[in-house]
Design a protein around this ligand. Sequence first.
Ligand code: NAD
Length: 282
Amino acid sequence: MPQIIDGKAISARIKEELKEKVSDMKAEGTQVTLAVIQVGNDPASSVYVGNKKKACEYIGIRSLAYELPEETGEDELLSLIEELNEREDVNGILVQLPLPVNIDEDKVIAAIRPDKDVDGFHPQSVGSLCIGQPGFVSCTPAGIIQLLKRSGIEIAGKECVVIGRSNIVGKPMALLMLRENATVTVAHSRTKNLKEVAKRADILIVAVGKPKMITREYVKEGAVVIDVGIHRDEHNKLCGDVDYEDVAEVCGWITPVPGGVGPMTIAMLMNNCVESVGPEAR
Ligand code: NAD
């Protein structure tokens, strides 16, 4: 049987480390503050925002909640971001996505000052990642790097295949693995012979958004398999993009769903918030 990569335990450790750091910072007079903006009341978004607030509370980060009505205009949202950009007591700004259809998400993301962009979605943050400069990194891919490193899995020189090329997971994931000196292939919906491509991977990272799509035919014996997907199966049980039971028969390491990648995303958001106070205050 494979070794389980325990995201729950690793994220708990990261949160403990951050809690200690934040308490030291407080003792020296520095308060970390995250502003969280939600527009409308999409139930899934409300759950995510609630979880972020709870994590802030646990670590000792002050969170400011802006719950705006569904009919909020783009200009109103942009001027709130402008105000938060200017406020010296606000370190990080997070706008919960998706936004209502009348608001241009790209415009909103671009309005957040890059040094407060704790989600790492701003074009400048993405560009910095691409050319190896410091900047915020999208939380889910950053969390996967921590899962690998803290499980003692070597990345340098390994064949890595990332399936999925979204802006928030697949693309930054590929760039991060490249930064860690893996040999990286990005596969997607138009990739030919996906099974053969995936089977080359020592480290296979799956972010396709298709429940249980990846079976053992995609996986090399002994490979590390990271499952980013989150879905409900036909019995209303949580499952990933990987058919866990089937793949566990052949792989060497695997992340479960739940308890793998999921808890890391929030832990890395908290890490970015702590980073957002700037090096001189940390
Ligand atoms: P997305 O829909 O934006 O992107 C999916 C990608 O998969 C696309 O690039 C597409 O080219 C590729 N793809 C689709 N079908 C394919 C196929 N048949 N073969 C090969 N490639 C295919 O999704 P996303 O935002 O990257 O998220 C992926 C999954 O990860 C979703 O299940 C999402 O819910 C989950 N997710 C989890 C977390 C977390 O914190 N654990 C965070 C973000 C996303």
